[in-house]
Write a protein that binds this ligand. Structure first.
Ligand code: FAD
Ligand code: FES
Length: 277
């Protein structure tokens, strides 16, 4: 059982939870994720480690409420416990070898790029950061990114904060400059957004890494739930990823697979809202 130390709503459907996890935080690194169960009957749900505090023995998660388990988790309060917590899982991100990194986060993808921004600042290579959201109320961690980023570019679909448009607009502009300094783009967000960023960077031959939020069950490479095709080969996001060369990912297949259980998930969520679960 792991105790919730701190809870804070960041956007209308995104909550930040600092969770006590002294064992897990000891070896955790940016890019890795946890799988937790809210209660004994709960399904196993993966979340990126957004921040960690080794002194407090805690891991911070950003949770977007999209369905049954995330709504149950977000309903917990400080002092409550999650039933179990497995971490760290997956491979850590390694952006240290690049000279100038462009981080791109869409929606809850912010959770994945934040620890990278913090780490790159710590090693003296602050990244430029593009953060996009549908509107101002869904933008999060603005102040935190200002402290960690080289330059920060905010963009919203409706222009209610930062520029109006999509993250791809900013990425295209930045990498088209004759003096563009970037040798890698790390893009995280909804699958269509990551695919769109890859299509912008592809003609420039600019290495683009994406973090695949495939449906996961065991997180240990045994169930096959998170299967992807990358460079024509079968890959499991939980053990081979979650990060992959975006230009090699079969996004068409990944998008189809991610919607496989949409009907069942919707029915489950509706029953939760009606108080029947
Ligand atoms: C490596 C990884 C890191 C992630 N990091 C975060 C994060 O930091 N913050 C965050 O809010 N979300 C994150 N997610 C997504 C999160 O796991 C899903 O939103 C969550 O499982 C949805 O559960 P639900 O019961 O609330 O919704 P459901 O109604 O079950 O599903 C809603 C949506 O979530 C997707 N989903 C459902 N079950 C899973 C699952 N087991 N694994 C992945 N996706 C699923 C479905 O395709 C569907 O589109 C991450 C996913 C992965 C694979
Ligand atoms: S989650 Fe089961 S193989 Fe990856």
């Amino acid at each position: 059982m792991n105790r919730i130390l701190k809870k804070r709503w960041l956007a209308e459907n995104v909550v930040e939870l600092e969770i006590e996890a002294p064992e897990a935080v000891r070896n955790a690194r940016p890019g890795q994720f946890v799988i937790l169960r809210v209660d004994e009957e709960g399904e196993r749900v993966p979340f990126t480690i957004c921040d960690m505090d080794r002194e407090r023995g805690s891991i911070t998660l950003l949770v977007q409420t999209v369905g049954y388990s995330t709504a149950r988790l977000a309903a917990l309060n400080e002092g409550d416990f999650v039933h179990d917590f497995t971490a760290p899982l997956g491979n850590a991100t390694d952006l240290d070898g690049y000279s100038r990194v462009l981080l791109v986060g869409g929606g809850i993808g912010t959770a994945v790029i934040f620890p990278q921004a913090k780490h790159l600042r710590e090693i003296g290579k602050p990244a430029d950061v593009v953060v996009g959201a549908r509107n101002k109320s869904l933008l999060m961690y603005e102040e935190e990114f200002r402290r960690q980023a080289g330059s920060l570019f905010l963009i919203t679909d409706d222009g209610s904060s930062g520029r109006k448009g999509f993250v791809t607009d900013v990425v295209r502009e930045l990498i088209s400059r004759p003096d563009s300094p970037y040798d890698v783009v790390f893009a995280v967000g909804p699958l269509p957004m990551m695919r769109a960023v890859c299509e912008v960077t592809r003609p420039f031959g600019l290495r683009t890494i994406v973090s695949m939020n495939s449906i996961m069950v065991d997180g240990t490479g045994m169930c096959g739930g998170c299967r992807l095709t990358v460079g024509g080969q079968v890959r499991y996001a939980c053990v081979h990823g979650p990060e992959f060369d975006g230009h090699q990912v079969d996004f068409e297949e990944a998008i189809n697979r991610s919607g496989m259980y949409r009907e069942q998930e919707q029915a489950h969520y509706c029953r939760l809202k009606e108080g029947k679960i």
